[in-house]
Design a protein around this ligand. Sequence first.
Ligand code: ZNH
Length: 145
Amino acid sequence: KWSDFERSTIQDIFAKIDKNVVGPAALTRCLTVYPWTQRYFGGFGNLYNADAIAANPKVAAHGKVVLNSLENGVKNLDDLKNFYKDLSVLHSEKLQVDPDNFKLLTDCITVVVAGQLGKAFTPEVHAAFSKFLAVVVASLRKQYY
Ligand code: ZNH
């Protein structure tokens, strides 16, 4: 279900972005503009305001974990449902994350990636990246019922 253009574009995006910047920036943005997402990160310490969130080392570390997971997803494009099965169970049963939040975080990732790619983030690139994130989110939702 992926065209050659989509495959190469998605791979290309991950080759171009700085994951160690995108992950922390996207998670910081999510926790700041959708403050109810903070409830899952009680163990992360001070999330008192935007500056505190941006400076929080646990937020930064977790942002990198999420981006790494997405990069590994790119290597499993044809089997994303399976690849994210365990993580779906974890988020559903153990972490009990409301799955609507996946979309909020991936939207933040899109905004930050767009900022890093600048002109290279054409409408076609945006569409391919959105499709990738949508399939990841659908895969993460899979074990919820
Ligand atoms: Zn999540 C965790 C991924 C979203 C919350 N995550 C996690 C991990 C990973 C992930 C890889 C690790 C695991 C282990 O350790 O095993 N996520 C992810 C992805 C996504 C997500 C890919 C999308 C895209 N999350 C999310 C959201 C939320 C979350 C939206 C909320 C809001 N996670 C979470 C938590 C955790 C996780 C809370 C745990 C952390 C700690 O504790 O450290």
